[in-house]
Design a protein. Sequence first.
Length: 442
Amino acid sequence: MPEPPAPFDRPRSPEPPEPFQKPRSPEPPEPFQKPPSPEPPAFRQTSPLPASGPSGPEPRMPAQRSAPTPQPSPDAVLIRRTMAEVGPVADKVTSYFYALLFVRHPDLRPLFPAAMDTQRDRLLKALLTAAEHIDNTPVLVDYLQNLGRGHRKYGTRPEHYPAVGECLIGSLSRFASAIWDSETEAAWVRAYTTISQVMIDAAAADELRAPAWWYAEVVAHDLRTPDIAVITVRPDQPYPFLAGQYTSLETPWWPRIWRHYSFASAPRSDGLLSFHVKAVPAGWVSNALVHRARPGDIIRLGPPAGSMTVDHTTDNGLLCLGGGTGIAPIKALVEDVAEHGERRPVEVFYGARTDHDLYDIDTMLRLQQSHPWLAVRPVVDQQAHLHLPDAVREYGPWNEYDAYLSGPPGMIRSGVDALREAGIPSDRIRHDSVEELVAAGD
């Protein structure tokens, strides 16, 4: 592993590669050659969609809440057709996109991590996700506003968006050449113009009320198991958030590499924040936090985000499924209910592969002793020979409960299926996007 850069110092931008060359034959150009498109499209900063809407998760799409559009618009048809065409070669689309971006606009390279292997596809995936929901205005605006706010921590400015749009079109036209035409390009230009303007407006509004990031000092580092640590930090200024939300976190050892972690408690009177971190193989950030971080170290926090929060306007019970370090936001939700003085039933299923993985069971059992409305049920796979969602089926009924899931992507997927089978409507099942969870903990 290369020696990490000094804390929060920018590594020098590498020399840009040679300019693209036009293909010398009628054969399709090789990767990293200039696409055979005419002048790049001009992106105007106009706002076809309203730039206001409910707040929600930052880069995570709450897909379980979005309703399908019965009749897609002509632009949506063309956009989804493009996505279906490039889907099988998404990795090539991503590589080509960044090659165009860094060659045509080398000044943008310092905004990205020095090592691009884990981070490089997130921007493109976010843009494609937004484009896919171009017809669902409430969900799209909610998603984009949070995406725009979250991008402030990378140093993204309004003048950067046209360059990204130009290279997005260049990459899509290169790999969807069989179906690409002027109508398709016009649809993508309109979609990206909408996307970028909503993000720009949200970032501008957020700049008036909150910093792009917070510095936070590590004040406690509790190694619960050889690979799981509970880390407590003190932000340099007030950090408002809601129980069940998450934040993005950057360490001084890996600048501009941000990872998502859920808050492990409800907001505290002393302003401290806690996170449960599991070191995963080849996980740069997680290994640094578990094995290297010590009290006194300074990290950076992005803005809070996420919609997996308690609805205090209803008296529905809470059915909570937490797997592994996914118990962290579940614990925060329990504390939130307790602080509101409510007596609604809360059922927590705490899943783990072995007893060793129940690293926070003592805390959860103490909460159970203090609150008669709380039931905590550990589910250990190797003992019970069944997975967490299967255990939930043995209890119930759950038709009067709101469900919350937090844990590995596989558990989320199977858990949602099990809860739907148990009669809980999709709009009462809350969890973070499975797609984002795949890379959230490394």
